[in-house]
Design a protein around this ligand. Structure first.
Ligand SMILES: [Zn+2]
Length: 121
């Protein structure tokens, strides 16, 4: 092999190793869920209520899950415990998508090198 080919093979091996490391991380991700969680406090319309006091004491926190399903926004009221679970799953989902994005980037470099190798007679 020429020095150029050796270099290409080494780079390819590096990308493939990185790719397999990322794939192994995928397997460790816990349950996933779509959507996002919001935490809100509310104030009522009653004058003199403590939620209008100084400092205000609004009601809450209230937790809500929101997601887009088939182009439609769907919401669900959650307890604090449910919100914690959802948040964990949603964080896992984000991590999963980040890993897949990294795999795509590494795969793009690796496949480009593979095609170059294949083009060498
Ligand atoms: Zn109030």
């Amino acid at each position: 092999m020429s020095p150029t080919n050796t270099n290409t093979a080494e780079r390819l091996a590096g990308y493939e190793q990185r790719y397999h490391e990322l794939a192994a991380q995928l397997a460790t991700i816990g349950l996933i869920h779509s959507g996002s969680i919001t935490r809100r406090y509310t104030r009522c319309a009653t004058p003199g209520c403590k939620c209008h006091a100084d400092p205000p004491q609004p009601r809450g926190p209230y937790y809500q899950w929101t997601a887009k399903l088939n182009g439609k926004t769907v919401t669900r009221r959650l307890t604090e415990n449910e919100a914690q679970l959802y948040q964990e799953w949603i964080d896992n989902d984000r991590q999963l998508r980040r890993l897949i994005q990294q795999m795509r980037e590494v795969a793009a470099k690796a496949t480009e090198l593979k095609l170059k190798q294949a083009a060498i007679p």
